[in-house]
Write a protein that binds this ligand. Structure first.
Ligand SMILES: [Fe+2]
Ligand SMILES: [Fe+2]
Length: 175
């Protein structure tokens, strides 16, 4: 969500928690992958991380774990076909496991952070397990909220464009 990029970039407390992650070239490659039709996988991950961080902070939960695991929750470069070819299960079941493996190459993960990443597809696939922590529950809910918001953005923009087009035509007719 490019329009909120300045919000998280200007939040020094948040950036201090995640800036080491955002220096990793492999993670930054997620910015080349289109995600939810409208955004990139990296921007989606930061969006989920930042919204989850603000909620965790508000409720005095582990905001560091939420911010970091939020950024890492979709840390995979494979497309749907490549994941299907692995024959290890559905896309929603497999990609959190790949994300954990990739995340462990750049930082040490706590049990809480692992749970956040592993369970973020809760309710969308079988066998993923119930989130153990409030922080995991926040990230899985925010992930769904962000996904819906991202998927519906092009449609909302189209509708907005049509409405203003009709508005212009009406103004001309009444002039
Ligand atoms: Fe995901
Ligand atoms: Fe996600």
């Amino acid at each position: 969500m490019e329009f909120v990029r300045s919000i998280w970039e200007n939040d020094k407390d948040y950036m201090a928690l995640v800036e080491d992650l955002l220096e990793d070239e492999n993670l930054l490659k997620l910015d080349d992958i289109v995600h939810h039709h409208y955004t990139t996988r990296l921007i989606h991950s930061i969006y989920v991380s930042y919204v989850s961080y603000r909620i965790a902070k508000r409720f005095n939960l582990n905001e560091r774990a939420v911010a970091r695991a939020g950024i890492l929750h979709d840390f995979f470069h494979e497309g749907r076909e490549e994941i299907a070819a692995l024959k290890q299960g559905s896309h929603n079941f497999v990609h959190p496991k790949i994300a954990i493996k990739n995340a462990e190459t750049l930082t040490e993960l706590s049990e809480l952070e692992k749970d956040i990443i592993l369970k973020h597809m809760f309710l969308t696939t079988v066998g993923v397990g119930v989130p153990k922590y409030k922080e995991s529950m926040i990230v899985t809910c925010v992930d769904k909220y962000c996904a819906i918001s991202e998927v519906s953005t092009p449609l909302r923009m189209r509708v907005k464009g049509k409405v203003s087009e009709w508005g212009m035509k009406l103004r001309v007719v009444h002039a």
